[in-house]
Design a protein around this ligand. Structure first.
Ligand SMILES: Nc1ncnc2c1ncn2[C@@H]1O[C@H](COP(=O)(O)OP(=O)(O)O)[C@@H](O)[C@H]1O
Ligand SMILES: [Mg+2]
Length: 366
């Protein structure tokens, strides 16, 4: 049985003078989990990771790894290892020596270390690369060597601080999938820091969305996107339209809201914190709207508008629809699954209708 509180961060803060880099955070990370810290630059991701590694001490609170309090435990005595953004490998050593460097104090014989290095080269898909010079490697290969050097000591937790940040987009996407597969393979807990939401979504079991030293929401990628609990998370993950509304009451399982720009909205309450009355924000993702050029035959969850702009992007199109009662146009996205040789001419300001499902209208109270 893997433990759900393998890493436990308990009321942990880190202050630098008046800056609360990490501000009273509490959550657990499970054994074998691929867990990401996601947030804009400066939100405290690196500081939290460095506290897990033991390079920083919490100002307040405690961190436990495998049930053991980590206060006062120096980095090299923690069951963790860290991989940095810049490939921290030695340029004057070959690949074998770079990877073996992690084992220099292990007390193993040379033959034992050689065997482990070969296993690592297999794992990172660079078999036979041992005698290559570090300078003869591509960026992606160097980062794999840095990973191998961190993994050879068999840490229980690997901490990764934007390790793919320096790679170009294609290589980065390939490495994301490889890193995920490698984590599954070795089964150790990964705590991965990134400011790139697609990267976090691609790899993680769960993501903690951070802002200004706080954790806003911790959930699976799917839940963060489909059921964000607050506006800031909804806005940070992907694109979303917000509509100001006021609650009119309930009809069966759905909440009836009068929303500026959408009219009367029936929404299924996905969020426990939806109040009985008062103001509320209705949030709808662009792809959850259906767009039609004829008036649809539905009674509720329909809004009339004018096509203001359209962008054909090949696989999909983006539309911007002006609706009454809302200043900014509504963003709508549609897949272009069928081949289409004509694109929408937005200059004609065509009348259009938006429709949406009850469970696509999210109700957010803050
Ligand atoms: N050693 C330090 N001394 C003073 N302020 C720091 C130090 N390290 C980080 N900070 C501040 O703490 C906040 C969080 O930084 P950091 O954890 O590096 O964020 P992130 O990794 O999310 O970009 C920032 O405001 C940063 O300027
Ligand atoms: Mg950072």
């Amino acid at each position: 049985m893997s433990r759900e509180d393998y890493i436990s961060i308990s009321n942990t803060s880190k202050h630098f003078g008046s800056v609360k880099a990490v501000d009273d955070i509490s959550f657990n990370i499970g054994e074998g989990e691929f867990f990401s810290l996601l947030g804009a630059s400066g939100c405290g991701k690196t500081t939290l990771l460095r506290m897990l590694a033991g390079f920083e001490q919490p100002t307040l609170g405690n961190i436990y790894i495998d049930g053991q309090p980590q206060a006062g435990v120096p980095p090299h005595q923690r069951p963790v290892n860290m991989v940095f953004q810049s490939y921290a490998i030695f340029p004057h050593l070959n690949v074998h020596k770079n990877i073996a460097y992690g084992m220099r104090k292990s007390g193993l014989s040379k033959a034992e270390v050689d065997k482990k290095v070969d296993e690592m080269l297999e794992l990172i898909k660079l078999p036979g690369y041992g005698s290559r010079g570090a300078h003869q490697l591509s960026g992606g290969q160097r980062q794999r060597v840095a990973l191998a050097r961190a993994l050879i000591k068999q840490p229980k937790v690997l901490l990764l601080d934007e390790p793919l940040g320096a790679l170009d987009k294609k290589l980065r996407e390939q490495m994301q999938l490889e890193l995920r597969a490698l984590q599954r393979d070795v089964g150790i807990t990964f705590v991965f820091v990134t400011h790139d939401q697609e990267e976090a979504m691609t790899m993680s079991d769960r993501i903690a969305v951070m802002s200004l030293g706080k954790v806003l929401q911790i959930d699976s990628p799917t839940r963060l996107y489909e059921v964000p609990q607050i506006k800031e998370v909804a806005d940070f993950i992907g694109t979303i339209n917000f509509f100001e509304g006021s609650i009119k009451g309930k009809e069966g399982d759905s909440v009836v809201v009068d929303a500026k720009g959408l009219g009367t909205v029936h929404a299924s309450a996905s969020n426990d914190s939806v109040p009985e009355s008062g103001s509320i924000t209705v949030a709808v993702r662009p792809e959850k709207f259906n767009l039609s050029f004829q008036q649809p035959n539905v009674q509720s969850n329909v809004a009339e508008g004018t096509m203001q702009a359209a962008a054909y992007l090949g696989d999909r199109s983006h539309y911007y629809v002006q609706v009454e009662g809302r200043d900014a146009p509504v963003a709508v996205a549609a897949q272009n699954a069928q081949r289409q040789m004509e694109t929408v001419n937005a200059d004609e300001h065509a009348k259009v209708w938006l429709t949406w499902e009850e469970d696509s209208a999210l109700l957010l109270s803050r």
